[in-house]
Design a protein around this ligand. Structure first.
Ligand SMILES: C[S@@+](CC[C@H](N)C(=O)[O-])C[C@H]1O[C@@H](n2cnc3c(N)ncnc32)[C@H](O)[C@@H]1O
Length: 249
């Protein structure tokens, strides 16, 4: 079995009790008695998503039939906390630069964003616990090692996290191909929370409403949006360019 998976009632319960980062738990359809009640209870207390699935799906995930009706996907890498990101920025005497990903689902996009984030000096990346890819081996591979260097925090609610970070002085910059302001007009001389939307829906309405500015990257072709990781990269390097003008260092 891959090290990303834990199966069986006791191992999964122990993983939750020990505070291990769990991406998601799959429970066999109809399994809800005995220890399975504890699985549901602890998952609820820890904000872990449980998905019911046919037993066959659990056999495939765990590569065995000895999962007792429960399989957990555990984070291949440890998650960070947001305070550490802000402290890292303060230590470097830099304005915080944090990326918020509003439900990015494709592991290659997350890996690629981490790769550029490392290169462009981003202090950390925030992702939601639900409806988003976590730190998996595929993400690690796509990040080509950047996963080891860029702190990633997982939060229950992106909009609420933005409210909290606003109190700490962050400005939120949303991105949307149809936004009014061109990214080239942005000074980027502020503590930044850069928000990138999901592959399908873009930045959600509530998150957009919480943004202080909405920027577009101009497009003159026929397609209506850029790939999320490409847009994120262009904006990360716009911040780098503005913060480190040629000849300044
Ligand atoms: C594939 S796009 C989302 C497309 C989605 N159908 C929409 O309506 O927004 C994924 C994310 O990349 C960023 N993005 C893509 N193209 C952009 C552009 N031209 N200007 C600004 N951001 C862009 C935004 O954050 C967007 O939410």
């Amino acid at each position: 079995m891959s090290e990303e998976w834990i199966s069986g009632k006791n191992p999964v319960l122990e993983a939750m009790r020990s505070g291990r980062s769990i991406n998601k738990i799959w429970v066999a359809e109809g399994a809800s008695k005995g220890q399975m009640k504890q699985v549901y209870q602890l998952a609820k207390e820890n904000g872990i998503i449980i998905q019911q699935a046919p037993r066959k799906k659990l056999d495939e995930l765990s590569n065995s039939q000895h999962h007792q009706g429960v399989v957990a996907s555990v984070a291949a890498y440890q998650y960070a906390n947001i305070e550490d990101m802000l402290e890292a920025a303060a230590r470097k005497k830099e304005d915080p630069f944090i990326i918020l990903l509003d439900e990015i689902a494709d592991p290659h996009n997350l890996g690629s964003i981490l790769r550029t984030a490392d290169a462009a000096g981003v202090h950390g990346v925030i992702i939601p616990k639900r409806r988003a890819v976590g730190l998996t081996q595929t993400v690690a591979k796509a990040s080509t090692g950047a996963i080891e260097h860029v702190p990633v925090a997982r939060v229950t609610n992106i909009a609420r996290t933005m409210d909290e970070l606003k109190k700490q002085g962050l400005w939120f910059v949303g991105t949307d191909a149809s936004a009014d302001d061109d990214f080239r007009s942005w000074s980027a001389d502020m503590p930044i929370g850069l928000v990138i939307g999901s592959e399908g829906k873009g930045v959600s309405r509530l998150v957009k409403e919480k943004c202080d500015i909405l920027l577009n990257i101009p497009m003159v072709g026929k397609v209506t949006s850029l790939n999320a990781s490409v847009a994120a990269s262009l904006l990360m390097y716009e911040v780098y360019r503005k913060r480190h003008p040629l000849g300044s260092e």
